[in-house]
Design a protein around this ligand. Structure first.
Ligand SMILES: Nc1nc2c(c(=O)[nH]1)N(C=O)[C@@H](CNc1ccc(C(=O)N[C@@H](CCC(=O)O)C(=O)O)cc1)CN2
Ligand SMILES: Nc1ncnc2c1ncn2[C@@H]1O[C@H](COP(=O)(O)OP(=O)(O)OP(=O)(O)O)[C@@H](O)[C@H]1O
Length: 237
């Protein structure tokens, strides 16, 4: 982790150290709400994507595989000890932008493991996103924002307690809160599928002490970076 993380949001986030105030702190120079954070984080992602995307994405995929295979105990934040891995039947991935963690290798891998794979398909007019099942990237086409998404003929899929949703974001904090690109697509989607498990994926360079949040923001169960797995968190979600 060289240049990009030095120029990255840790520097932008004085709250990254233990005990220091987060962005909510009234005197923080990083006040300015979500839009200011999104601007800084987009810059950090651009630098990151040039140098670290390949190896860091691969390390994050490896951690997700270990979690899905039960080779790594699901960590538990509270007193109850290790959480047992839920019985998972489906993995919801996303088609990554160049400035996101590359999870594309997980599609083929998950299919080989016998998991159903879901991808988001967006309806920009209605501002909603739904999950459709795909067998391979051949089942996708280019959609809004140039993102690949399942073809219209792909079957809609129930998203329940046996589904792990892998969630991209501009930034996540160490309590499981997420800052997305501002469409509210994932927040609304997670509201409609409260039983599913949610794992945010983020390079540690974009893992912050805290991110600004609104009432409608939804929390992750796990946050996976190349450095480790955080969560799960109990309570508000
Ligand atoms: N890979 C991926 N798929 C996703 C999301 C996502 O964040 N990442 N979404 C999560 O909601 C939904 C789509 N929402 C999106 C919102 C903005 C941009 C985007 O490219 N924003 C650019 C600016 C684009 C422009 O202005 O033309 C940016 O953020 O730099 C992409 C997807 C559903 N699918
Ligand atoms: N559950 C919800 N119900 C209705 N509107 C919502 C909901 N969640 C978010 N929104 C709307 O979406 C807009 C964008 O929300 P926010 O800035 O939190 O997006 P985001 O989570 O960063 O984006 P994304 O999930 O697309 O990456 C907000 O103005 C909000 O009004």
């Amino acid at each position: 982790m060289a240049s990009a993380s030095q120029a990255g949001p840790r520097e932008l986030a004085p709250g990254a150290g233990a005990g220091s105030p987060g962005p909510e702190a009234a005197q923080s120079p990083w006040d300015g709400g979500k839009e200011a954070w999104r601007r800084r984080l987009r810059e950090a992602w651009r630098a990151w994507s040039r140098t670290e995307r390949g190896p860091v994405s691969a390390a994050i995929c490896t951690r997700l595989q270990a979690l899905l295979l039960g080779q790594e105990p699901w960590p538990a934040a509270g007193a109850g000890g290790a959480l047992r891995r839920p019985a998972l039947a489906a993995l919801m991935l996303y088609a990554p932008l160049a400035t996101e963690v590359d999870v594309t290798p997980l599609l083929t891998w998950a299919r080989r493991q016998g998991l159903a794979v879901l991808l988001p398909r967006v309806d920009p007019a209605r501002q909603v996103m739904e999950a459709r099942q795909v067998s391979s990237w051949d089942d996708t086409e280019v959609g809004p924002w140039g993102l690949r998404q399942p073809r219209a003929r792909c079957p809609a899929q129930p998203v329940d307690g046996s589904t792990l949703i892998v969630v991209p974001g501009l930034g996540f904090d160490r309590q499981g809160w997420r800052l997305g690109r501002g469409g509210g697509f994932y927040d609304r989607f997670l509201d409609r599928h409260p039983a599913a498990w949610r794992a945010g994926v983020v390079p540690s360079a974009m893992l912050l002490a805290s991110v600004p949040r609104d009432e409608h923001d939804r929390r992750m169960d796990l946050v996976v970076s190349e450095a480790g797995v955080l969560g799960p968190w109990w309570g508000i979600r």
